[in-house]
Design a protein around this ligand. Structure first.
Ligand SMILES: Nc1nc2c(ncn2[C@@H]2O[C@H](COP(=O)(O)OP(=O)(O)OP(=O)(O)O)[C@@H](O)[C@H]2O)c(=O)[nH]1
Ligand SMILES: [Mg+2]
Length: 462
């Protein structure tokens, strides 16, 4: 009875909502949704869905506003002449753009922040992302290097999602990700640019695939798109110490003469971020952009190799010119040219360190290395032990190291020793004396170690 009554009330409520809702006409007009004339239950479900769509529209409207403001500031910067008098104004404008770009990257309020990204589980010892314009040969390259089939065709946007493959190289497994092609404006959300760039951010190395027969400008456009979302390719973090404080104003110092930034400019940029108490120390002659990167604190410094594909369609002089550029490899997937050089360059840039373990009194195990890297936790003996097991570190006395990092074979090393590729390590554990044993020859009996500690036996009864 009670259930029937509440169902009737729900029906009445929904039909009222469907027929008198002020947003109804707006939705019908804007979204061309025709299902409002359906049953009240279906309509109720649709209203919930449309509410979400409405939120999305509002947030994308907000984002459009931000993009327009960025464009306006960029135009103002282009109009402003660069000289000593305008450098403070230009610095402030740069900070404004950086702030707006950060806002653009924030997920809309109320959403979980996940969005419909490409969720590919991390696998292997390193992750490499293929980034490039459509139809440059990314999928063909993935198929060549990993054997995983990814649809390749002569039309653009053949790949619409993220396709992972595994490269087996030097006893390690490297995950290679084929991604949809990105276009100019990807950082502002054009195409699936935002999701592609998010995958690039989660990688250890980016392979920027370029068409050797197309203009050199493509490389700059892609670099600009990646920089706009906080990716810094082949750069190291600026040597600027920055710490926010609660009181005490701004203290500005440098360890060398600065040519790009002075105290006044630094103050202005910090004020733009509403920071009035902070400590800033320049350890290198950094630029305004570097200072903004440090203040923003969300930049990702990532290595990038520029891969020029389709060299079979250009002349030898052009190939030579491209091959001489820094961090560049020229290849042809169709003719299988130079793919081994690409793999060795990838390996070099990823800086993976293979360490082989040697059990005491046995040969080293060369089949299954422990793979370390500076980007993923570090390459010291301590990192090596933690990689094997978290609890191992407290039992380690020292380690014996054979290989490039050792001065003589074997070298006794402590936890801070930096290991190098193909080192062999034997862990020597602390003697088990503390646990009640007797050095190497731990006694497994519970009998006391010294004669004097033994309990006296009762005299024999005669
Ligand atoms: N001449 C020449 N053509 C190539 C080479 N590698 C790939 N192609 C051709 O380029 C076209 C595009 O290749 P895809 O692998 O689909 O390119 P993609 O970058 O994955 O394209 P999207 O998925 O659309 O982003 C195909 O017709 C390939 O046959 C090459 O080395 N030389
Ligand atoms: Mg593709």
């Amino acid at each position: 009875m009670c259930c029937g009554l509440s169902a009737c009330l729900l029906l009445l409520h929904v039909s009222y909502f469907v027929h008198s809702c002020p947003l109804r006409n707006h939705w019908r007009k804007n979204l061309e949704l025709k299902h409002l004339d359906q049953s009240p239950y279906t309509a109720y479900e649709n209203i919930v869905t449309m509410g979400m769509v409405e939120c999305e529209i509002r947030s994308s409207g907000k984002k459009m506003g931000i993009i327009e403001r960025i464009k306006e500031i960029e135009a103002e910067m282009a109009r402003t002449q660069k000289n000593k008098a305008t450098e403070y104004h230009l610095g402030q404008l740069k900070a404004k753009i950086a702030k707006l770009r950060t806002q653009l990257l924030e997920p809309p309020k109320g959403s979980s922040g996940g969005g419909d990204g490409f969720e590919v589980t991390k696998f292997g010892h390193g992750r490499v992302a293929l980034i490039g314009f459509p139809s440059v040969g990314k999928s063909t390259l993935l198929t060549m290097l990993t054997g995983t089939h990814s649809e390749a065709a002569s039309y653009e946007f053949t790949t619409l999602t993220c396709i992972p493959g595994i490269i087996h190289y030097n006893d390690t497994k490297i995950q290679l990700l084929d991604l949809p092609g990105i276009i100019e404006g990807a950082s502002e959300g054009k195409g699936r640019g935002r999701q592609v760039i998010a995958v690039a951010k989660s990688s250890d190395l980016v392979l920027m695939v370029l068409d050797a027969s197309k203009s050199e400008g493509h490389r700059q456009i892609l670099t600009k798109e990646l920089e706009a979302v906080g990716l810094r390719l082949n750069k190291r973090p600026p040597q600027i110490y920055f710490r926010k404080k609660k009181t005490g104003g701004i203290s500005f110092n440098s360890t060398l003469p600065l040519t790009h930034v002075d105290e006044k400019l630094c103050y202005q940029i910090l004020h733009e971020y509403k920071i009035h108490n902070a400590e800033v120390l320049f350890r290198e002659d950094a630029t305004v952009d570097d200072l903004i990167d440090v203040i923003e604190g969300n930049r990702k410094y990532i290595k990038c190799v520029y891969v020029y594909n389709k060299i079979d369609v250009i002349g030898i002089d052009d190939v030579d010119k491209l091959a001489r550029q820094p961090n560049s490899v020229v290849i042809s997937c169709n003719l299988k040219l130079n793919l081994d050089r690409l793999l060795s360059k990838m390996w070099e840039e990823m800086g993976l360190v293979r360490v082989y373990t040697k059990p005491q009194g046995q040969q080293p195990d060369f089949s299954d290395p422990v793979v370390l890297s500076a980007d993923r936790g570090g390459c010291s003996v301590e990192d090596f032990c933690n990689h094997i097991h978290r609890s191992l570190i407290k039992d380690v006395k020292y380690v014996l190291v054979w290989g490039i990092s050792a001065r003589h074979y074997p070298q006794h090393c402590g936890l801070s020793h930096a290991l190098q590729d193909e080192d062999v390590v034997q862990i020597v554990k602390k003697k088990e004396k503390e646990e009640g044993g007797r050095g190497r020859f731990k006694s497994h009996s519970t009998a006391p170690a010294r004669i004097s500690d033994r309990e006296k036996k009762a005299p024999l009864k005669t």
